[in-house]
Design a protein. Structure first.
Length: 716
């Protein structure tokens, strides 16, 4: 938008400014309607709507680097007139809650105005915005010097959040350059653009009057893709996102209210809604589990349970108790929660032995193929992914009956739709379900919260002893992370030399790789972990460069998309291919190959991976991995790169993978003071705050109260 404003003729520039102003006005109008509030009463607990903002808007034409960057700063005075005619400070919590939604509205209105007046087209939508189609990427990048400065500062300081971006922007901004007239700026911009051989007249255009056309079913699908319940502002964002050609604020608000008043939305309380599909799935699952209490399903005779436990003398008291509960309760659904490192697989192996000795068939399933494979090999329970099992049941290739026990592993990562479908199949057949997981570890990617809801409503069996960590200090750290006490956990790690800081990301990553290399040289099984794929790729590159420098890699055998593979390279798969014999997250070692294919040793077997598999990004080096790929994994020593994108669940999962020790590396957060970055007083403050945040999903039914009663009708 800024490029076509800066390089366009007078009429084009005027139209762009008008579109921008319309977007700003709409965003402010939305905030004034939904987030302009003051507090009254004792401790300010009575929040009341105010009459409106007192504000000043300043439209800027350029970035501090002198690029065309049309934007407006709006400064709100911290006061408003309440219904009692008194002027007091704003309650800013609503502003924070609705700020992101206002951004979606600005973008939608901007698209609408640009489409209506200039007829421009748009690229694909991404997080509420879409670039104008037809502006060359190279030209856009050339006019984005300021953005490059901010991204570089974020990379150096290990920042990923919006707050980190804001701090980077403040720390890198140069003094304002001398004032140039708009005419002089345009001459300079046109001169810069000449090298690209492009002009605004090259933009593809189509005269049209945008209309907001989106089905309720599409909105419902967007809203429940990753969350079970939603608020009105979530619907507004979904509608704005669906308005690919833009929409006015009035259209967005009207479409939102129509959706909330229609058949695809059910009010859970005064502020939360869900869809009939999600609520029906959750209520049916909970009802089936509640009805199956002590129903005599999957019951094993006492002597056979005792025999299975006796044959495994190393079973702990909590493990033996869990085997008794699973095999003797008769509940149609039993929830088993195991803290990180509690030995749930060994426990399930004993339960499997008890069931099979009494004539039951035990089958397993999990979201990930690797987890299903581990359930098969380590617990002796023949397992497959949830999707494969559901497809097999639908096609009649698999059947369940009253003598079947279905073990669902890593149930906390299984979304509502899959989990409800599995429970429904088992309930229909009269089978027993054992739902295994831990809500304190990585949550569902899809709409979820059902695992946690079932465990709260039905009760659960718990494996409470951490058997993975061997050092008592590591055990204590894991317990503190699980208890959501990151300050205590990080303080303990710091006291025992397991927390490292540096003042920039480059130095920190080098230190982390050096420590990893030293531990590897001692013969330990080691792994580096990070939250984001791009960081993992960087760590892998640094580790591999160090190994090559030390002469520890064999001869090169292939290079695919500028990624080199040598004999002895450790690699990880990122896609299930049953025909090739490789599963997502499996790790192996390169033993041979050419540019056409690689031979990889995975455990005891050899797998041939063709170039096409690798070209699709399905094979990377595995010296480092994302924390999601490490779920369920145990190694001797783990090195975790922390940043402000972590949550409590991500931190607890990542920092409990190491048997001997778990180390964390954090870039010292730096706070801007107008003169650049300065080290914070507490070098782990930002990371500790991130670990205090929960990323857990909430089931829609939990918005109805503990009994999961009927939804209430609330006017939208």
């Amino acid at each position: 938008m800024s490029v076509i404003w800066g390089l366009g003729d007078e009429d084009t520039a005027t139209a762009v400014v008008a579109a921008h102003e319309a977007g700003v006005d709409a965003a402010l109008e939305y905030l004034e309607s939904h987030a302009c509030q003051v507090r009254r009463g004792h401790y300010g607990l009575d929040v009341q709507d105010a009459s409106g903002f007192v504000a000043a808007a300043f439209r800027h034409r350029t970035s501090r680097a002198g690029d065309p960057a049309l934007h407006t700063h709006v400064l709100l005075s911290n006061m408003a007139e309440g219904p009692d005619r008194r002027w007091t400070a704003l309650d800013t919590r609503a502003l924070y809650a609705h700020g992101r939604t206002a951004g979606f509205i600005y973008q939608a209105v901007l698209r609408h105005e640009l489409a209506s007046t200039l007829g421009v087209l748009f690229e694909e939508m991404e997080r509420g915005y879409a670039d104008v189609a037809g502006v060359p990427t190279e030209l856009r990048d050339a006019f984005s010097v300021r953005r490059g400065q901010i991204l570089k500062a974020m990379e150096v300081h290990g920042a990923t959040s919006a707050a980190g971006a804001q701090a980077a922007a403040l720390s890198t901004r140069a003094a304002k350059t001398e004032h140039l007239s708009e005419a002089d700026l345009r001459v300079r911009w046109h001169s810069q653009a000449e090298a690209f051989g492009w002009s605004v007249s090259d933009l593809p255009r189509m005269a049209r009057q945008p209309g907001l056309v989106v089905d309720d079913s599409d909105i419902a699908e967007r809203l429940t893709e990753s969350q079970a319940a939603f608020e009105r502002r979530d619907v507004i964002r979904a509608v704005a996102q669906a308005a690919t050609q833009g929409a006015t604020l009035a259209e967005i608000e009207a479409r939102t209210d129509a959706f909330l008043g229609g058949p695809y939305a059910i009010a859970l309380n005064a502020t939360a809604w869900t869809t009939p599909e999600i609520l029906e799935l959750e209520q049916a699952t909970v009802s089936a589990a509640a009805a199956g209490r002590a129903a005599g399903v999957g019951v094993v005779s006492p002597d056979k349970v005792a025999a299975a436990i006796r044959l495994r003398p190393s079973l702990g008291t909590d493990q033996a108790g869990a085997v008794e509960a699973m095999c003797r309760s008769g509940d149609s659904l039993t929830v088993l929660i195991g803290v990180a490192g509690s030995g749930k697989t060994f426990c399930l192996d004993a339960a499997r032995a008890a069931w099979t000795s009494d004539g039951y068939r035990v089958m397993g399933t999990a979201l990930a193929a690797r987890a299903a494979l581990e359930l098969t090999t380590d617990a002796g329970i023949a397992s497959q992914t949830a999707d494969r099992l559901l497809n097999s049941l639908a096609a009649g290739r698999e059947t369940l009956d009253a003598r079947t026990v279905v073990v669902i592993d890593e149930g906390g990562m299984l979304g509502t739709r899959r989990l409800a479908a599995l429970v429904r199949e088992a309930d229909t057949a009269g089978s027993k379900v054992v739902l295994v997981g831990d809500a304190a570890q990585l949550p569902e990617i899809d709409a979820g919260g059902l695992f946690a809801s079932l465990s709260r409503r039905l009760g659960h069996v718990e494996l409470s002893v951490n058997r993975r960590q061997r050092d008592p200090e590591e055990v204590a750290t894991a317990a503190e992370l699980r208890a959501r006490d990151p300050e205590a956990a990080l303080s303990r790690m710091q006291r025992h030399g397991r927390l490292t800081t540096a003042d920039n990301a480059d130095l920190l990553r080098d230190a982390m790789v050096a420590d990893w290399y030293e531990a590897r040289g001692r013969g330990e099984e080691v792994l580096m972990l990070a939250a984001r794929r791009e960081v993992v790729a960087d760590l892998n590159a640094r580790a591999r460069a160090l190994l090559a420098q030390q002469g520890e890699l064999g001869a090169p055998v292939a290079e695919v998309d500028e990624v080199a593979f040598s004999l002895g390279d450790e690699v990880m798969a990122h896609h299930n291919d049953y025909g090739l014999g490789i599963l997502n997250a499996e790790r192996g070692v390169v033993t041979g190959g050419s540019d056409a294919a690689l031979t990889v040793a995975v455990g005891e077997r050899s797998v041939l991976l063709p170039r096409a598999y690798i070209e699709e990004g399905n094979l990377t080096h595995s010296f480092a991995a994302t924390i999601h790929k490490a779920q369920g994994l145990s190694v001797d020593r783990v090195f975790v790169l922390g940043d402000d994108s972590f949550t409590a669940e991500v931190g607890y999962t990542g920092l409990t993978r190491g048997r001997e020790a778990n180390h964390v590396y954090v870039v010292a957060p730096e706070r801007p003071d107008g003169h650049g970055w300065e080290p914070a007083l507490d070098p782990v403050e930002a990371f500790s705050a991130a670990l205090a945040r929960s990323g857990a999903k909430t089931a829609a039914i939990d918005h109805l109260g503990p009994d999961g009663g009927p939804a209430v009708v609330v006017e939208p």
